[in-house]
Design a protein around this ligand. Sequence first.
Ligand code: TRP
Length: 333
Amino acid sequence: MIKRILTGDRPTSALHIGHYVGSLQNRVRLQHEYDTYLLIADIQALTDNFEHPENLEANVMEVALDYLAVGIDPGKVKIVVQSMVPELTELTIYFMNLVTVATLERNPTLKDEIKQKNFTKGLPVGFYTYPISQAADITIFKADLVPVGDDQLPMIEQTREIVRRFNRLYRKVLVEPKALVGEVARLPGTDGGAKMGKSLGNCIYLGDSPEVLRKRVMSMFTDPTRIHPTDPGHIEGNPVFTYHDAFNADKEEVEALKARYRKGTVGDVEVKERLFKALNSVLAPIRERREHFAARRGEVREIIMEGTRKGRALAQQTMEEVRAAMKLTYKLE
Ligand code: TRP
């Protein structure tokens, strides 16, 4: 039987080049090999944006445009909007019985996010339990494979645990998924921070114009110990070289730049100029496809609606099996 992929993104903004190397590239590469579902997780986006639901609709469209821009084939891949599959909510509630508070407490990604988001009015239960709803996302589509950035690995582990518990307790209905991490598991931000993130203001977006791209590259953080271009520089932990490794197809150029950088015979400006060129040649066709679809939003809406219809049908089928396994099929007649 053909294997299935499910993965997704919170529509809190358009997607960036960290998403590209972490997960999008894998999705494009595998889309003809796997039956692929991409979930635009608007309900999950609410867990830390519930005060601004008015932004969701536009961002659902932005994320769909990014999928199409990187080369997702709308004739094959199903783009599904989470809020239009209410069965996910039901499965989440059933899963809540199978997860302890202690397990959530140990989830390292959840911990980091809670710290970073600094919820001033206390930690919302909705946010705290999003790993459970994510497990529902993955399992309702019976996914075998989940292409994600490495920050999402604890979520997949949590999902696997839930699946094992469910299948043991009720009946073997659910599929235990595997994670697939991209070539660059975690791309640093342009500020050298550990992760590229919208709320951190250190992103390069897939749709950025050449002008914006150039500005972001030229203002990137490099080696803080290096003051003059003649000082020997450090490659390790230097995001400019991490990006060269991730995006510059000319490996010889990258190696030559590294050697010169270490010796102090090349300035940051030249290294960044070459990075701009390399990144721009990756992003140019993406930008072009994005513009193509952005001018045809009606068509994109139809693609989303069709994907969601198919996704929901599959979710409904799984839920029938889930309810039967849980003996929730009684009729009080
Ligand atoms: N948590 C993911 C993110 O932060 C988004 C997401 C929602 C997801 N549901 C998913 C990822 C299911 C993989 C599988 O972007």
